[in-house]
Design a protein around this ligand. Structure first.
Ligand code: SF4
Length: 372
């Protein structure tokens, strides 16, 4: 594959583009059951395995991390998941293999898939009214059942929470955090609801006010911290040793290949190659190629800044200079001095944002990216 640097670690993302029904807020590419044809899942599985095999013929060592997401990987059944995983693990186990699943599909059979060592479950809320507003398939009872199974399984797991949902109280989201923490989640992703154009939710509801959104975030972040979760990325919190290795690859703009309709890849180093599979199941199943573009060094640097600043580790100045050939302080010192000092931490090794900086992430990025 043009641009792939086989001397560097490579991660694999597999997009499973199937869901039972479409959630009201979702703009990800996925096909709900009522729009699916009989052989869609079988053909998708064959095409995905063939793509992974082509990749493992070129990259002949274990992937750094593997992540199966979607969509809802729980919709394709254990056998198909295992055959995809066998292809992905052909050269050995990665450092971490995660699969997403929706709560209503979590079963003992799924939990016993040996290749998966971390599970990410889309809980979103423990409140039936909020789940209804979001148009989720699962009920609060389904969520409790899934969390209880995960808790008893000894598996490492993440739970996603969506907050700032119209009509929701801040106390409801805090209670969601406490309940999920009580089941022993090692990792919690905590996002504000986004209103994506063209979704049913965006056409019938208005977002909460900016002040209220800040209140949801501040109170949630505070409670997560009190419960022992470290805020290691704008929307992600982990107990010690529970950070998601796969997502850290994205945030460091490391090398990853995405396979599946609409999946994205980024490979290379100082000038990354950005690729995207066709965002359409039929085209994907027919073997149509996606599109690819080699970014300029400046574009790669901008991507690197935008992703690294999302993390509490921030930008490692030595790696930055190795990758882009500039001294970080000389290039950004002036722009940084125009920022409020409460927004960042800056020392000889790294530049990173504080929680106040996370709140104003877009502004900081614009200030720094403005000089590229
Ligand atoms: S389950 Fe996930 S991918 Fe599927 S519609 Fe809902 S939010 Fe979107």
């Amino acid at each position: 594959m043009e641009g792939l640097d086989c001397t560097r670690p490579l991660s694999l993302y597999i997009h499973v583009p199937f869901c039972h029904t479409k959630c009201g807020y979702c703009a990800f590419y996925s096909v709900p059951e009522h729009l699916r044809c009989d052989d869609d899942v079988g053909r998708y599985t064959e095409r995905t395995i063939a793509s992974i095999e082509r990749l493992t013929a070129e990259y002949d060592k274990p992937f750094h991390t593997v992540f199966i997401g979607g969509g809802n990987p729980g919709t394709i059944g254990r056998e198909r998941l295992e055959s995809i995983l066998r292809a992905a693990l052909a050269h050995g186990r990665p450092e971490e293999c995660t699969s997403e699943i929706n709560p209503e599909d979590l079963s003992e059979s799924f939990l016993s898939i040996d290749a998966i060592d971390r599970i990410s479950v889309g809980i979103q809320s423990m409140d039936d009214d909020v789940l209804k507003t979001l148009g989720r398939n699962a009920t609060a009872e389904d969520n409790r059942r899934a969390l209880s199974m995960l808790s008893g399984s000894g598996r490492r797991f993440n739970a996603d929470i969506i907050t700032a949902v119209p009509g929701e109280r801040v106390s409801t989201t805090i209670s969601d955090i406490e309940t999920i923490a009580g089941y022993g989640a090692g990792h919690i992703s905590y996002y504000c609801l986004t209103f994506e154009e063209g979704t049913p939710l965006a056409s019938r509801l208005e977002p909460v006010s900016e002040d209220l959104e800040i209140e949801f975030l501040k109170r949630g972040w505070e409670r997560l911290g009190e419960l022992g979760y470290r805020h290691y990325e704008v929307s992600n919190f982990a107990k010690a040793g529970e950070e998601c290795l796969h997502n850290k690859v994205y945030w460091k703009l490391g090398q990853y290949i995405g396979i599946g309709p609409g999946a994205e890849s980024s490979i290379g180093w100082s000038r990354a190659v950005s690729l995207r599979e066709p965002e359409d199941l039929r085209s994907y199943n027919e073997g149509l190629n996606g599109t690819g573009v080699r970014l300029t060094s400046d574009e790669t640097e901008e991507e690197f800044l935008m992703t690294a600043l999302r993390t509490s580790q921030g930008i490692d100045k030595r790696i930055y200079s190795e990758r882009f050939g500039y001294d970080f302080d000389s290039r950004y010192g002036e722009a940084i001095s125009s920022l409020d000092a409460a927004l960042y931490r800056n020392n000889g090794q790294s530049f990173s944002l504080t929680e106040d900086g996370f709140m104003l992430l877009d502004t900081v990025i614009l200030t720094l990216a403005g000089i590229i």
